[in-house]
Design a protein. Sequence first.
Length: 439
Amino acid sequence: MSSRIVFLSLFLGLAAGTQSIDLQIDAAVKSVRILVAGREVAVLTQPPWHAVLDFGTSLDPRKLEAIGYDAKGDEIGRATQILNLPRSFAEVEIVLQHGKLGPTHVDLRWHHLQFVRPKSATIFLDRTKLAVDKDFRARLPDVDWMHPHLISAEMRWRDGLVARREIVVGGAVTDTAQSELTPIALRKISAQEPASYENCLSSDGVPIRTAAVEKPTAIVIFVRDPDPGAAVHALDPTHRARVYGFRDAVRLAAHLDSDTNMRMLWPIAKKFRDPATQASSLLFDSTTEADASRVGLIWLLTADYSGSYYDEPPRMAEAVAVAGLRAIGESRRRAVVLVVSNRQDQSSYPPAAVRRYLADLGVPLFVWSPTGPRPDLADSWGEVDDISNITALRAAADHVRTTLDAQRIAWVDVDPLRALQLHADERCGVTTVARLGAM
């Protein structure tokens, strides 16, 4: 039976800069190599199995690996995480405690972005439900570990989040069992749709199975200063939209297509900290989705923020990165719109890194200015669309609409990281939107 390595440090959000990692290691493992994007960054040879890594300023999606070796130098265990791609707000890991004849106990280790304790958990060995104690630990019955067995766990939190994990243990196997199709964005470059998308997408020259190519609904996530003053002055000086925002005259003055939903992600961060480890996370509130067939852009851009923001500086670049992460986590056509302001951005990520990150993910980024042209932002945010009047706003909306209309979502049989590196045969009339590693 293979030895296992388990990450006790789970990176569910964006990961950059200096980060601590902790591992759970079987006794047979004598050394561990830690790799980031295939490059060795640390070697551990004894407990505590802990390292401090510098992920740098880049937000590129990449693989974090821990590879375990026995006393002879043979690989006997491996654990992997993908950084900076969508993950759940809460996850659970199954950690096995071993005796002389095989696993004896199951420990559940978890991570929640708000660092709250789970309220309950269940553990099954095959179809047998195990007794779980207050520390989320269960004793395994005596079974024949020469044959494979399925250990499954489910953990619940009071906020409604549920995390599940399965591993197969026994015989020559200790692994997770997961295989899912990944949605990726394509862009049409030809008016004619191909009869089939078979062999249109490839990885390193090898064709990738494409289960379906669809044109689903679209989601546009807006990031805007909570203070709507500049947008109100430019687009709604009489406050007509704020009073009559759902009337046709206001709604149709500037709008997106009816198959598009819109959501605002506010750049005011809420910080959560784990008192035990001092780990922290920043979360951003977002609104519920608004149907573009019912809500126009003027109302959206001039709407009030319900929270307090006067004492909190905006983190615009970080919010844009989170918006991109959330957008790619949905199997829809997607875009992010940043509405710039004159307030100083307190983000820890530079705009150039965020622009590259959204390009890596295949999430188009549009930058709008309600105060007129902003040549001062060219080096940081790139091209900025002037939306200081309704005519200009319509033109900017047309740009977003055209981009979304050309998008398609393909379901491919590869993991999410590899999916961002696929190549499209342009003879099929499409190209990939993601540019991971190409900039």
